[in-house]
Design a protein around this ligand. Sequence first.
Ligand code: B16
Ligand code: MG
Length: 230
Amino acid sequence: MSNSLPMKDDQRKACIFDLDGVIVDTAKYHFVAWRNLANSLGFDFTEKENEKLKGVSRIDSLNLILEWGGMNFSEKIKADLALNKNEDYLTYIKKMDESEILPNVVGILEELKKLPNYKIGLGSASKNAKLILDQVGLMKYFDFIVDGSMVTNGKPHPEGFLLAASEMDVLPKNCIVFEDAPKGVEAALAAEMFAVGIGREDDLGDAHLVMADFSKTTFEKIEEKLLALV
Ligand code: B16
Ligand code: MG
């Protein structure tokens, strides 16, 4: 296989995966838990509105939901609400197993593991990222994990992806980010990395490449398509 992006073969390279929406679908559990919280406060929101929370940090998600419900609280109460939501969310997460890994994610990770010049990183906004990877048995694949507790600036800020790259000792231009959220694609582009959108072209059109999921592809094919762009 070619195994060379626009860089020399001897250079270190990396793939950085988002978690929710790329590796597993935790958005459905976030939705249930946030909705339970909204309902307890006397309002509701839709699945379409929930789409806007993808890739958004916990506290920013709460602020958006409260805005939709026309509510505001002190920082102290908001911290308690976020904690309550997370406790509810964790009851679903703790039931997850490897059957919830999205199609062919393991195939792609296995392929990458065989490429000696590729590192594998995670760049998630979730403070529960390590727990989720552990729960579905994927921890062993990752060389470095950036979760929501390690960054000051959430997506679309590139901080998380840049941190993952520097910890793996890989230049940003040699990184490929897989993201399902428009804000995540924006963050990858701001980091001057390759962005592969996982989802709909309509939502992720700014990415270098968009695919519905990993089910009909291999990493070799993805790399070839990115190479053709440069
Ligand atoms: P937590 P990702 C994000 O994960 C989710 O898409 C987003 O909906 C969630 O609010 C955020 O993590 C924070 O999650 O409450 O677990 O810290 O897509 O960046 O992997
Ligand atoms: Mg995501």
